[in-house]
Write a protein that binds this ligand. Structure first.
Ligand code: CP
Length: 312
Protein backbone atom coordinates (compact mmCIF):
# COMPACT_ATOMS: atom_id res chain seq x y z
CA UNK A 1 0.00 0.00 0.00
CA UNK A 2 1.37 3.40 -1.02
CA UNK A 3 2.08 5.55 2.04
CA UNK A 4 0.58 8.61 0.27
CA UNK A 5 -2.88 6.97 0.00
CA UNK A 6 -5.54 9.30 1.48
CA UNK A 7 -8.72 8.05 3.16
CA UNK A 8 -11.57 10.40 2.15
CA UNK A 9 -14.84 8.98 3.56
CA UNK A 10 -16.62 10.27 6.67
CA UNK A 11 -18.84 7.15 6.74
CA UNK A 12 -18.34 3.40 6.48
CA UNK A 13 -21.62 1.93 5.25
CA UNK A 14 -20.82 -1.04 3.01
CA UNK A 15 -17.85 -2.79 1.38
CA UNK A 16 -19.75 -2.57 -1.92
CA UNK A 17 -18.91 1.18 -1.87
CA UNK A 18 -15.16 0.70 -1.40
CA UNK A 19 -12.30 0.25 -3.86
CA UNK A 20 -9.87 -2.63 -3.25
CA UNK A 21 -7.14 -0.20 -2.17
CA UNK A 22 -9.46 1.38 0.42
CA UNK A 23 -10.15 -2.07 1.92
CA UNK A 24 -6.44 -2.85 1.96
CA UNK A 25 -5.71 0.51 3.58
CA UNK A 26 -8.15 -0.27 6.43
CA UNK A 27 -6.54 -3.70 6.91
CA UNK A 28 -3.02 -2.17 6.95
CA UNK A 29 -4.17 0.48 9.45
CA UNK A 30 -5.77 -2.24 11.61
CA UNK A 31 -2.46 -4.13 11.66
CA UNK A 32 -0.86 -1.05 13.26
CA UNK A 33 -3.69 -0.73 15.80
CA UNK A 34 -3.41 -4.42 16.68
CA UNK A 35 0.05 -3.62 18.06
CA UNK A 36 -1.52 -1.08 20.45
CA UNK A 37 -3.62 -3.80 22.10
CA UNK A 38 -0.47 -5.85 22.73
CA UNK A 39 1.12 -3.00 24.73
CA UNK A 40 1.03 -2.66 28.52
CA UNK A 41 -0.87 0.63 28.12
CA UNK A 42 -3.50 -0.19 25.47
CA UNK A 43 -4.53 3.37 24.74
CA UNK A 44 -3.65 6.10 22.21
CA UNK A 45 -4.93 9.70 22.05
CA UNK A 46 -6.10 9.48 18.40
CA UNK A 47 -9.78 10.37 19.15
CA UNK A 48 -9.20 12.56 22.21
CA UNK A 49 -11.81 15.34 22.20
CA UNK A 50 -14.15 13.41 19.85
CA UNK A 51 -17.56 12.11 20.98
CA UNK A 52 -18.96 8.80 19.69
CA UNK A 53 -22.57 7.67 20.16
CA UNK A 54 -23.24 3.94 19.84
CA UNK A 55 -26.82 3.33 18.65
CA UNK A 56 -27.69 -0.34 18.99
CA UNK A 57 -31.29 -0.98 17.98
CA UNK A 58 -30.67 -4.76 17.73
CA UNK A 59 -28.95 -7.13 20.17
CA UNK A 60 -25.18 -7.51 19.92
CA UNK A 61 -22.32 -8.87 22.00
CA UNK A 62 -19.15 -8.90 19.85
CA UNK A 63 -19.77 -5.81 17.71
CA UNK A 64 -21.00 -3.62 20.53
CA UNK A 65 -18.31 -4.52 23.05
CA UNK A 66 -15.50 -4.23 20.51
CA UNK A 67 -16.71 -0.85 19.18
CA UNK A 68 -16.93 0.46 22.72
CA UNK A 69 -13.48 -0.88 23.60
CA UNK A 70 -12.07 0.51 20.35
CA UNK A 71 -13.45 3.95 21.20
CA UNK A 72 -12.00 3.77 24.72
CA UNK A 73 -8.60 2.71 23.40
CA UNK A 74 -8.67 5.68 21.02
CA UNK A 75 -9.51 7.98 24.00
CA UNK A 76 -12.92 9.10 22.65
CA UNK A 77 -15.85 10.19 24.86
CA UNK A 78 -18.65 7.62 24.53
CA UNK A 79 -22.43 7.53 24.96
CA UNK A 80 -24.50 4.34 24.46
CA UNK A 81 -28.13 4.51 23.27
CA UNK A 82 -30.53 1.59 22.99
CA UNK A 83 -33.92 1.75 21.28
CA UNK A 84 -35.84 0.47 24.31
CA UNK A 85 -34.59 3.28 26.60
CA UNK A 86 -34.76 6.10 24.04
CA UNK A 87 -37.68 8.33 23.02
CA UNK A 88 -38.16 6.11 19.96
CA UNK A 89 -40.52 4.23 22.30
CA UNK A 90 -42.66 7.42 22.44
CA UNK A 91 -42.90 7.59 18.67
CA UNK A 92 -39.95 9.85 17.83
CA UNK A 93 -38.58 9.12 14.36
CA UNK A 94 -35.09 7.78 13.72
CA UNK A 95 -34.13 11.00 11.90
CA UNK A 96 -35.40 13.24 14.71
CA UNK A 97 -33.52 11.06 17.19
CA UNK A 98 -30.19 11.36 15.39
CA UNK A 99 -30.65 15.08 14.62
CA UNK A 100 -31.26 15.77 18.32
CA UNK A 101 -28.20 13.77 19.26
CA UNK A 102 -26.14 15.55 16.61
CA UNK A 103 -27.26 18.88 18.13
CA UNK A 104 -25.17 17.85 21.15
CA UNK A 105 -22.05 18.19 18.99
CA UNK A 106 -21.46 14.50 18.45
CA UNK A 107 -18.71 13.53 15.98
CA UNK A 108 -19.42 9.87 15.15
CA UNK A 109 -22.46 7.58 15.21
CA UNK A 110 -21.97 3.82 15.29
CA UNK A 111 -25.28 2.30 14.34
CA UNK A 112 -26.90 -1.15 14.34
CA UNK A 113 -30.47 -1.22 13.06
CA UNK A 114 -32.86 -3.97 11.89
CA UNK A 115 -33.84 -2.10 8.71
CA UNK A 116 -31.64 -2.45 5.58
CA UNK A 117 -30.36 0.97 4.51
CA UNK A 118 -30.94 2.64 7.90
CA UNK A 119 -27.26 3.65 8.25
CA UNK A 120 -27.21 5.08 4.69
CA UNK A 121 -30.42 7.01 5.39
CA UNK A 122 -28.86 8.62 8.46
CA UNK A 123 -25.42 9.23 6.88
CA UNK A 124 -27.01 11.17 4.01
CA UNK A 125 -28.74 13.51 6.48
CA UNK A 126 -26.19 14.27 9.21
CA UNK A 127 -22.77 15.89 9.29
CA UNK A 128 -21.44 13.38 11.83
CA UNK A 129 -19.58 10.34 10.54
CA UNK A 130 -21.67 7.15 10.46
CA UNK A 131 -20.27 3.65 10.86
CA UNK A 132 -22.66 0.83 10.01
CA UNK A 133 -22.53 -1.87 12.70
CA UNK A 134 -25.10 -4.00 10.82
CA UNK A 135 -28.35 -3.02 9.06
CA UNK A 136 -30.88 -5.81 8.59
CA UNK A 137 -29.76 -8.36 6.01
CA UNK A 138 -27.95 -5.65 4.02
CA UNK A 139 -24.46 -4.96 5.30
CA UNK A 140 -22.03 -5.53 8.20
CA UNK A 141 -18.84 -4.00 6.86
CA UNK A 142 -16.65 -4.22 9.97
CA UNK A 143 -17.48 -7.95 10.30
CA UNK A 144 -16.28 -8.55 6.73
CA UNK A 145 -13.17 -6.44 7.36
CA UNK A 146 -12.26 -8.45 10.46
CA UNK A 147 -12.86 -11.66 8.51
CA UNK A 148 -10.57 -10.44 5.69
CA UNK A 149 -7.97 -9.36 8.26
CA UNK A 150 -8.02 -12.81 9.91
CA UNK A 151 -7.75 -14.63 6.58
CA UNK A 152 -4.87 -12.39 5.47
CA UNK A 153 -3.05 -12.95 8.78
CA UNK A 154 -3.20 -16.73 8.33
CA UNK A 155 -2.82 -17.10 4.59
CA UNK A 156 -0.71 -14.01 3.82
CA UNK A 157 -3.04 -12.95 1.00
CA UNK A 158 -6.67 -12.88 -0.15
CA UNK A 159 -6.11 -12.98 -3.93
CA UNK A 160 -6.62 -16.43 -5.42
CA UNK A 161 -7.97 -18.03 -2.23
CA UNK A 162 -11.06 -20.21 -2.44
CA UNK A 163 -13.60 -19.20 0.20
CA UNK A 164 -16.84 -21.08 0.90
CA UNK A 165 -19.56 -19.18 2.77
CA UNK A 166 -22.07 -21.70 4.08
CA UNK A 167 -25.62 -21.44 5.40
CA UNK A 168 -28.31 -18.82 5.51
CA UNK A 169 -26.92 -16.59 2.75
CA UNK A 170 -30.31 -15.07 1.97
CA UNK A 171 -30.74 -13.40 5.37
CA UNK A 172 -27.06 -12.69 6.06
CA UNK A 173 -25.48 -9.24 6.04
CA UNK A 174 -22.22 -11.02 6.89
CA UNK A 175 -22.40 -13.03 3.64
CA UNK A 176 -23.23 -9.94 1.56
CA UNK A 177 -20.38 -7.90 3.07
CA UNK A 178 -17.89 -10.76 2.87
CA UNK A 179 -18.63 -11.51 -0.75
CA UNK A 180 -18.00 -7.90 -1.84
CA UNK A 181 -14.77 -7.68 0.16
CA UNK A 182 -13.51 -11.06 -1.04
CA UNK A 183 -14.36 -10.41 -4.70
CA UNK A 184 -12.76 -6.96 -4.67
CA UNK A 185 -9.54 -8.45 -3.24
CA UNK A 186 -9.49 -11.27 -5.81
CA UNK A 187 -10.76 -14.35 -3.93
CA UNK A 188 -12.98 -17.02 -5.50
CA UNK A 189 -16.24 -17.22 -3.54
CA UNK A 190 -18.66 -20.15 -3.33
CA UNK A 191 -21.98 -19.68 -1.54
CA UNK A 192 -23.35 -22.92 -0.11
CA UNK A 193 -26.75 -23.79 1.32
CA UNK A 194 -30.17 -25.16 0.51
CA UNK A 195 -31.60 -23.56 -2.64
CA UNK A 196 -34.07 -21.60 -0.50
CA UNK A 197 -31.24 -19.94 1.46
CA UNK A 198 -28.54 -19.81 -1.25
CA UNK A 199 -30.49 -18.93 -4.42
CA UNK A 200 -28.84 -18.99 -7.87
CA UNK A 201 -29.49 -15.24 -8.29
CA UNK A 202 -26.25 -14.61 -6.38
CA UNK A 203 -24.30 -15.95 -9.38
CA UNK A 204 -25.02 -12.64 -11.13
CA UNK A 205 -22.46 -10.89 -8.91
CA UNK A 206 -19.64 -13.28 -9.85
CA UNK A 207 -19.77 -16.00 -7.19
CA UNK A 208 -20.42 -19.75 -7.51
CA UNK A 209 -23.57 -21.11 -5.84
CA UNK A 210 -23.56 -24.75 -4.71
CA UNK A 211 -26.18 -26.81 -2.89
CA UNK A 212 -23.84 -29.63 -1.88
CA UNK A 213 -21.62 -28.92 1.14
CA UNK A 214 -19.12 -31.71 0.60
CA UNK A 215 -18.49 -30.72 -3.01
CA UNK A 216 -18.20 -27.02 -2.15
CA UNK A 217 -15.72 -27.33 0.71
CA UNK A 218 -13.39 -29.92 -0.85
CA UNK A 219 -10.98 -27.34 -2.32
CA UNK A 220 -11.75 -24.45 0.05
CA UNK A 221 -8.93 -22.57 1.81
CA UNK A 222 -11.49 -20.95 4.11
CA UNK A 223 -14.95 -22.09 5.22
CA UNK A 224 -17.11 -19.40 6.82
CA UNK A 225 -20.10 -20.98 8.56
CA UNK A 226 -23.18 -18.77 9.07
CA UNK A 227 -25.89 -18.88 11.68
CA UNK A 228 -29.47 -19.71 10.70
CA UNK A 229 -31.07 -16.30 11.23
CA UNK A 230 -34.50 -17.24 12.47
CA UNK A 231 -35.18 -13.64 13.51
CA UNK A 232 -35.16 -12.63 9.82
CA UNK A 233 -37.03 -15.67 8.44
CA UNK A 234 -40.76 -15.34 7.91
CA UNK A 235 -41.33 -19.04 7.26
CA UNK A 236 -39.47 -22.37 7.26
CA UNK A 237 -36.70 -22.58 4.67
CA UNK A 238 -35.77 -26.23 5.34
CA UNK A 239 -37.73 -29.18 6.75
CA UNK A 240 -36.08 -29.42 10.19
CA UNK A 241 -33.03 -28.28 12.13
CA UNK A 242 -31.80 -31.90 12.19
CA UNK A 243 -31.95 -32.15 8.40
CA UNK A 244 -30.22 -28.80 8.00
CA UNK A 245 -27.41 -29.92 10.34
CA UNK A 246 -27.05 -33.22 8.48
CA UNK A 247 -26.76 -31.71 5.00
CA UNK A 248 -25.23 -28.26 5.64
CA UNK A 249 -23.64 -28.45 9.09
CA UNK A 250 -19.87 -28.75 9.44
CA UNK A 251 -19.15 -31.67 11.78
CA UNK A 252 -16.77 -34.61 12.06
CA UNK A 253 -18.57 -36.34 9.20
CA UNK A 254 -18.67 -33.50 6.66
CA UNK A 255 -15.28 -32.06 7.72
CA UNK A 256 -13.60 -35.20 6.31
CA UNK A 257 -13.81 -33.40 2.96
CA UNK A 258 -11.94 -30.28 4.18
CA UNK A 259 -8.28 -29.61 3.43
CA UNK A 260 -5.99 -29.99 6.47
CA UNK A 261 -5.00 -26.32 6.37
CA UNK A 262 -8.50 -24.92 5.75
CA UNK A 263 -9.56 -22.17 8.16
CA UNK A 264 -12.90 -22.59 9.92
CA UNK A 265 -14.62 -19.24 10.57
CA UNK A 266 -17.91 -18.13 12.08
CA UNK A 267 -19.07 -14.56 12.79
CA UNK A 268 -20.89 -15.62 15.98
CA UNK A 269 -23.14 -16.21 17.74
CA UNK A 270 -22.84 -19.96 16.98
CA UNK A 271 -25.77 -22.37 17.04
CA UNK A 272 -23.54 -25.15 18.33
CA UNK A 273 -24.12 -28.55 16.70
CA UNK A 274 -26.45 -27.02 14.10
CA UNK A 275 -24.27 -25.20 11.54
CA UNK A 276 -21.02 -26.10 13.33
CA UNK A 277 -20.12 -28.86 15.79
CA UNK A 278 -18.54 -27.90 19.10
CA UNK A 279 -15.60 -30.15 18.31
CA UNK A 280 -14.75 -28.10 15.20
CA UNK A 281 -15.70 -24.70 16.66
CA UNK A 282 -13.16 -25.29 19.45
CA UNK A 283 -10.68 -27.27 17.33
CA UNK A 284 -7.27 -26.43 15.88
CA UNK A 285 -8.52 -25.20 12.50
CA UNK A 286 -10.99 -22.77 14.07
CA UNK A 287 -10.03 -19.06 14.07
CA UNK A 288 -13.34 -17.91 15.53
CA UNK A 289 -11.96 -16.23 18.65
CA UNK A 290 -9.14 -14.66 16.61
CA UNK A 291 -11.87 -13.06 14.47
CA UNK A 292 -13.25 -11.46 17.63
CA UNK A 293 -9.79 -10.26 18.71
CA UNK A 294 -9.16 -8.77 15.26
CA UNK A 295 -12.52 -7.00 15.34
CA UNK A 296 -11.12 -4.62 17.93
CA UNK A 297 -8.15 -3.59 15.76
CA UNK A 298 -10.35 -3.26 12.66
CA UNK A 299 -12.87 -1.07 14.48
CA UNK A 300 -10.09 1.12 15.88
CA UNK A 301 -8.82 1.58 12.32
CA UNK A 302 -12.26 2.41 10.91
CA UNK A 303 -13.09 4.93 13.65
CA UNK A 304 -9.67 6.56 13.30
CA UNK A 305 -9.96 6.88 9.50
CA UNK A 306 -13.53 8.22 9.35
CA UNK A 307 -12.83 10.66 12.22
CA UNK A 308 -9.99 12.08 10.14
CA UNK A 309 -12.48 13.08 7.40
CA UNK A 310 -14.92 15.07 9.53
CA UNK A 311 -15.38 18.72 8.51
CA UNK A 312 -15.04 20.11 12.07
N1 CP B 1 -20.88 -11.09 14.60
C1 CP B 1 -21.72 -10.23 15.22
O1 CP B 1 -22.13 -9.22 14.65
O2 CP B 1 -22.01 -10.57 16.52
P1 CP B 1 -22.93 -9.70 17.47
O3 CP B 1 -24.33 -9.70 16.91
O4 CP B 1 -22.84 -10.36 18.82
O5 CP B 1 -22.39 -8.30 17.49
Amino acid sequence: MSSNFQWTRKDLLSLYDLEAQEIEFILDTAAEFKKVSARKVKKVPALRGKTVVNFFFEPSTRTRVSFELAEQRLSADIVNVTASTSSLTKGESLLDTVRNIEALNVDLLVMRHPVPGAANFVAERVGAGVVNAGDGAHSHPTQALLDLFTIREHKGRIKGLKVAIVGDIMHSRVARSNLWGLLKLGAEVTLVGPSTLAPREFEEVGVRVCHNLEEAIADADVVNMLRIQRERQESGFFPSTGEYARFFGLNSNTARFLKDDALIMHPGPINRDVELSSELADGSRSVILEQVTNGLAVRMAVLFLVAGCLKK
